[in-house]
Ligand binder design. Structure first.
Ligand code: ADP
Ligand code: ADP
Length: 217
């Protein structure tokens, strides 16, 4: 049996940061749909061109292409021991597809940590987020600064501010989250998979709570 974990929570709550740390500590593979889309945009693939038109507006990329992309990614050999899904599923259709996909493989979700923080906290986090050009490593100008300004600690590549982290787009993304993704809270609570995690704590403390949630399952 492999281990499949979904990190649920609003944009900016810390899913990517935590997934990166957890992947290192557990050996599971971090699968971020946002990173996969950004990789496709960088390479100007057909999928990237399509995704960009939605991402720039803070809208969700259509379910069918998103699901196909995840299916392809998690079927690869490196994911054999399991994955940490970050930013997926984001709609009830994606959640149903996740279940179907895993069941087809004879697998199931282990746990769905639901990370929360007040809106003003996530807005401040998004507006100060710096992302690494090469591999999507995540920093914050105030809360988690790189050793050298503008340079990724891990691979030396340039740090940039994502276009969709601009204030107007951020507000819209939070609204999209409330409308399209928040139904998954009840979906996974009913399935007995949800564990509430407070995201408005130090990064290390959130990691500890997540490890407890994962090991408790
Ligand atoms: P998400 O993947 O949920 O959108 P990120 O992991 O990208 O969130 O985090 C958003 C921003 O907040 C980043 O700049 C990150 O460095 C910062 N951040 C993440 N977790 C914390 C935390 N516990 N305390 C303070 N800042 C944080
Ligand atoms: P955040 O770190 O703020 O949560 P992501 O990097 O996860 O943002 O996602 C950035 C954008 O990529 C989203 O606003 C959306 O346009 C697109 N995206 C990412 N994941 C999905 C998904 N599961 N379904 C549809 N669109 C997605």
């Amino acid at each position: 049996m492999a281990t499949y974990i979904v990190l649920l929570g609003p944009p900016g709550v810390g899913k990517g940061t935590q997934a990166e740390i957890l992947a290192k500590q557990t050996g599971l593979i971090h699968v971020s749909t946002g990173d996969l889309f950004r990789e496709n945009i960088k390479n100007q693939t057909e999928l990237g061109v399509l995704a960009q038109s939605f991402m720039n507006k803070g809208e969700l990329v259509p379910d069918d292409v998103t699901i196909a992309m995840v299916k392809d990614r998690i079927s690869r050999p490196d994911c054999e021991r399991g994955v940490i899904l970050d930013g997926f599923p984001r709609t009830p259709i994606q959640a149903d597809a996740t279940k179907a996909l895993l069941n087809e493989m004879g697998e199931d979700l282990a746990v769905v940590p639901y990370i929360t923080a007040p809106n003003d906290v996530i807005i401040e986090r998004l507006s100060g987020r710096w992302t690494c050009r090469a591999h999507g490593h995540i920093f914050h100008e105030k809360f988690n600064p790189p050793a050298t300004q503008g340079v990724c600690d891990h691979d030396g590549s340039e740090l940039y501010q994502r276009d969709d982290d601009k204030k107007e787009t951020v507000k819209h993304r939070i609204q999209v989250y409330v409308e399209q993704t928040s139904p998954l809270i009840e979906y996974y609570r009913k399935a007995g998979l949800l564990v509430d995690i407070r995201g408005d704590q130090e990064i290390e403390k959130v990691t500890q709570d997540l490890l407890d949630a994962i090991e408790g399952k």
